[in-house]
Design a protein around this ligand. Structure first.
Ligand code: SF4
Ligand code: ZN
Length: 322
């Protein structure tokens, strides 16, 4: 099922860098111009700085939980954040790894996350669905029956909950998530396709600030493309796990991903154009979400349903009584 693909550097040779003339390692899709390792990495990091500056993500004194999965996006994010944190000063990074319990996949990815943290001299804090909820994702999928949700729905809801409680336990005042520009575009598009355009109003680069019970979530890779995360990891020789989750075939997200990749290949820059329709350039944060305490588990939630999403899915699986 899984594959032992921990990727180590190997970069294709492209034409000369259009900025400095050195051998290119990456291409700027909109202009088809090549960039060398140094110019590419500078551009990648500048995009993270832009998100940081525009949305005021990191501050001196922050203790930031950093969600790491072992994949290329969160690997690139942790590396850039460690550079940025050293520049700003007074910032503590706490990598957080969530093991959902996906046989042949997540524990392999965890080895990459461990190797990365060792390389950066950071302690990896690990949590699992099984310990936190009494059920692994594989068990949830086996229990769901024909009317159950897709694997990614269980996974997304429970991982969000576990990352939040893990960060609270670790004393973090922020949680950094490796959502890239691709993830933003996919989510926006999926919300439209579900007929839930209003959900896009709650989505942003810095969310849940000041909402009781939630650790504010920041997304430093909002202006970076997924494909660039991989090149960035390769440029720095960072270990990452290159295989796809076995449940990813079930995901509705895959449809949005294929559409956007095709659109961007035909109309270079389409993803960034789409993104700019939703992300406020002024850095204004979205409306504060309302909150209430879930009557079943006591955690914060929107209050619009009888219980929070995590209790709802655990209730449907018979793991938790509502
Ligand atoms: Fe979870 Fe779905 Fe991602 Fe797999 S593809 S890790 S099930 S959200
Ligand atoms: Zn260059």
């Amino acid at each position: 099922m899984g594959c032992a693909r921990v990727v180590r550097p190997s970069l294709p040779a492209l034409g000369a860098c259009f900025k400095c003339g050195l051998p290119g390692v990456a291409r700027v899709e909109c202009t088809k111009q090549s960039l060398c390792r140094e110019c590419f990495c500078r551009q990648f990091e500048e995009r993270v700085r832009k998100a940081n500056y525009r949305y005021k993500l990191l501050r001196r004194g922050d203790v930031v939980g950093v969600g790491v999965s072992g994949g290329k996006d969160s690997t690139a994010m942790l590396y850039v954040l460690s550079k940025l944190a050293a520049e700003i000063g007074g910032i503590t990074l706490k990598p957080v790894f969530v093991d959902e319990g996906i046989r042949g996949y997540r524990s392999e990815a965890g080895l990459s996350a461990e190797a990365l943290c060792r390389q950066l001299g950071l302690k990896l804090n690990s949590f699992s669905f099984k310990d936190a909820f009494g059920v692994s994702l594989d068990e949830a999928v086996a229990k769901r029956g024909v009317k159950g949700l897709g694997a990614c729905s269980y996974c997304g809801v429970l991982r969000k909950r576990l990352l939040n409680s893990a960060c609270r336990e670790l004393g973090c005042n922020k949680l950094a998530i490796g959502h890239t520009a691709d993830d933003f575009c996919q989510t926006f598009l999926m919300n439209f396709l579900r007929g839930d355009a209003a959900a896009n109003g709650k989505f942003g680069v810095f969310v849940n600030a000041g909402v009781k019970g939630f650790v504010p979530r920041i997304k430093p890779l909002a202006f970076n493309l997924e494909a660039d995360c991989e090149v960035y990891c390769r440029c720095h020789g960072l270990p990452f796990y290159g295989c796809k989750c076995p449940y990813s075939k079930e995901a509705f997200r895959g449809l949005a991903e294929d559409f956007l990749n095709e659109a961007d290949a035909k109309y270079p820059g389409a993803k960034f154009n789409f993104l700019s329709c939703f992300l406020s350039p002024s850095g204004k944060r979205p409306r504060r979400a309302s909150h209430a305490s879930c009557p079943s588990c006591g955690e914060s939630y929107s209050g619009s349903a009888p219980a929070c999403k995590a209790c709802e899915v655990l209730g449907a699986l018979g793991v938790r009584r509502l």
